[in-house]
Design a protein around this ligand. Structure first.
Ligand code: APR
Length: 327
């Protein structure tokens, strides 16, 4: 091939600006993320990292071998050393242990804090400008560990919670009304877990308020099911926790960032005065773009919603305090 001077030869036959997205943890959530990232061609290279030798290499190769069938050109590369992920623009962090039946997310606290601490230091070393999406539970606290260890600005350390919680809520509403999932808009705030705050007043079906389509009793039942959504999956699986929807949620956030879509998505953000709160991660609507969190959006809440958000924040604060007391 003759390449004229001044013409950039693209490495692959598609035009993307993002060269690398890394996923840390090649378990259920992480490997599902890497497959989705590759299928959506969100980066030229998808780097799958894990502490266990062979797992990321094997899964990465297996996923790359699906490329001829699925028709994607993103290379999936598995590795143990972080050098492979040097200068990745986005890291999705799923490393840690998953919840077992009867175990709360908070039980995972100490083990996963140690994992997130070491992962964060590696990210800072090889990709100091990266945007980090934290998925590991207990989410709001692990995001704080990542923020403290990377010392990145708050815009670049984001927790994945609200997109998943909202997706669960929307999926239950679609089942209940037997309508397309595409027409359901909803907002879930607060910490990730049983204290999340689904906002009925911001939920609509093609603009029609949910309260015109369902009785308050039914809405309350769907909200309750959403709050317990993670536990419902754990009780079915018996070993391990949900991974298809969590991975899809993390990848949607990465897509908003690498395509600079400026989407409004509920994310766990480090609050600095928003909603009258400071120095904690809590799920709030954020605009996601190339800089990570471009804006935190404050919505009006009624008295009951505000009280629920306060109690969710209190739960996050007490989990952080529990972690600090273990140090
Ligand atoms: N560095 C890299 N990878 C690690 C490390 C580490 N320090 N410690 C553990 N891992 C890897 C494990 O080897 C495993 O492959 O993280 C992976 C976790 O995978 P799973 O056990 O399958 O857990 P998964 O279901 O993917 O959940 C991961 O996401 O949704 C949350 O609650 C969930 O915190 C859990 C996380």
């Amino acid at each position: 091939m003759v390449v004229r001077p001044g013409i950039t030869l693209l490495k692959h036959n598609f035009l993307v600006t993002t060269k690398k997205i890394a996923v840390v943890g090649a378990g259920h959530v992480g490997a599902t993320c890497s497959q989705l990232l590759a299928q959506k061609e969100l980066a030229q290279e998808v780097i799958l990292l894990d502490i266990v030798e062979g797992i990321p290499q094997g899964k990465g190769l297996d996923q790359w071998e699906s490329a001829p069938i699925e028709g994607f050109d993103s290379r999936v590369i598995g590795a143990n050393a972080y050098e492979a992920a040097e200068n990745s623009e986005v890291f999705i962090v799923t490393a840690g242990i998953a919840r077992k039946p009867g175990m709360s997310r908070d039980d995972l606290l100490k083990t996963n804090a140690g994992v997130i601490g070491s992962v964060s230091r590696e990210i800072k070393r090889v990709a100091p400008n990266a945007i980090v999406i934290v998925v590991t539970n207990p989410l709001d606290v692990m995001a704080q560990v990542a923020l403290e260890e990377t010392e990145f600005p708050r815009e670049r350390v984001i927790g994945m919670a609200g997109v998943l919680d909202t997706a669960r809520y929307r999926s239950f509403i679609a089942l209940e009304l037997d309508v397309s999932i595409e027409d359901i808009q909803a907002l879930v705030l607060g910490g990730h877990g049983d204290t999340m705050v689904p906002l009925a007043s911001y939920t609509s079906v093609s603009g029609i308020p949910l309260s015109q389509l369902l009785s308050q009793d039914r809405i309350d039942a769907l909200i309750e099911r959403t709050r317990k959504g993670g536990g419902e999956i754990v009780s079915h699986l018996k070993t391990g926790s949900a991974y298809y929807a969590p991975a899809a949620a993390a990848v949607q956030m990465a897509e908003a960032i690498v395509k600079n879509k400026r989407r409004i998505l509920p994310c766990a953000a480090w609050l600095q005065g928003e909603y009258g709160m400071r120095d904690l991660y809590l799920g709030v609507p954020c605009m996601l773009g190339e800089n990570g969190i471009e804006r935190v959006i404050e919505v009006e809440l009624d008295g009951e919603e505000r009280a629920a958000l306060e109690s969710s924040a209190e739960h996050v604060r007490s989990t952080v305090a529990a972690l600090k007391s273990l140090d």
